[in-house]
Design a protein around this ligand. Structure first.
Ligand SMILES: [Zn+2]
Length: 308
């Protein structure tokens, strides 16, 4: 049986649709990155292909799935070095869905990165959604459903997937990380275990732990050490996590009313926003990561010092 944490509600809805023989032909699983939406789609596909509809892992259908050789399932997604999903990919997928099942009653396609369909591809998909082939089930996965045309969304059964609870994140990570790293990983994951996969690399885990110590009391932090850390680690540690570790200690404080006046509080908020924008700006504007990170940290530190 495939164990999957955190998405029981969607699984139950899907199981219920199977029981009532009332399967929607297109499910759209959406929610933030790193929470296991693709794994959920794989489990739903397995439930359909399984002889007992339970993703049992032992029946003929499940064994073919495990071997990656089930003739009634394909996965489509963003190809390497491509910016979007093409019309050719969608046509291939719709062609596959139009055939009748070889081993099961269904034909299933998992469409990953569905928010990366280009305009033509989305139009072609729309036609397929308007006239679904009997027994075909499309499981679409994406982070930002609003990037899909409303006409596509309205023909799908939308299922929002939430970040995981801390306990579930801990369970997911337990098999992948050593005990020392798990605490840090759970804190930084923020409900998305996929976002801390890089901590499986112990040098990244060590660097992030050091970063967390350096910035935990930012207004007193040692700038020389922070500067050194940025120079040696900014190329290997994911930028989103650097910012998460930097800002997490500040959130409780940002939610409290401040005694130091509106302007000082506003300065902290602006500095926090600048930090949040930094990972994206490094990519979009090809900024040099280490010095720009340092200047954001200095800005934030200065703002914190005046606000206390
Ligand atoms: Zn089975």
């Amino acid at each position: 049986m495939i164990e999957l944490l955190g998405h029981q509600a969607v699984e139950e809805r899907f199981a219920d649709a199977m029981r009532r023989n009332h399967m929607h032909h297109a499910w759209l699983l959406h929610g933030v990155r790193g929470i296991g939406k693709f794994a959920l789609a794989e489990k739903l596909a397995a439930m359909l292909m399984c002889e007992t509809h339970s993703a049992c892992g032992v029946c003929h259908g499940c064994q073919m799935l495990n071997a990656g050789s089930h003739p009634d399932l394909i996965s489509v997604g963003l190809e390497e070095k491509k910016r979007d999903i093409s019309i050719a990919q969608v046509r291939e997928m719709l062609g596959f869905l139009s055939l009748s099942g070889a081993e099961s009653e269904n034909r299933v396609v998992i469409l990953d990165d569905a928010d990366r369909l280009n305009h033509q591809a989305a139009n072609a998909l729309l036609k397929g959604l308007e006239e679904p082939s009997p027994g075909s089930v499309l499981l679409m996965v994406c982070a930002d459903a609003m990037k899909l045309p409303a006409t596509v969304r309205s023909r799908c059964l939308m299922q929002h997937c939430s970040p995981l609870t801390e306990d579930d994140v801990r369970s997911v990570l337990a098999s992948r990380l050593d005990a020392e790293t798990i605490g840090l990983a759970v804190q930084l994951a923020d409900g998305c275990p996929g976002s801390v996969r890089c901590l499986e690399d112990s040098s990244v885990a060590k660097a992030l732990a050091e970063w967390q110590r350096l910035v935990e009391d930012l207004s007193q932090a040692d700038i020389g050490k922070i500067d050194n850390w940025c120079r040696s680690n900014v190329a290997t540690v994911p930028h989103e996590l650097i910012i998460r570790a930097l800002l997490q200690p500040l959130y409780p404080r940002l939610q409290q009313p401040q005694s130091s006046g509106f302007e000082a509080f506003e300065a902290v908020h602006l500095a926090v926003k600048a930090c949040l924008r930094w990972p994206g700006e490094v990519i979009r504007q090809s900024l040099r990561a280490a010095p720009t990170l340092l200047s954001n940290v200095l800005e934030l530190r200065a703002a914190l010092r005046t606000s206390t």
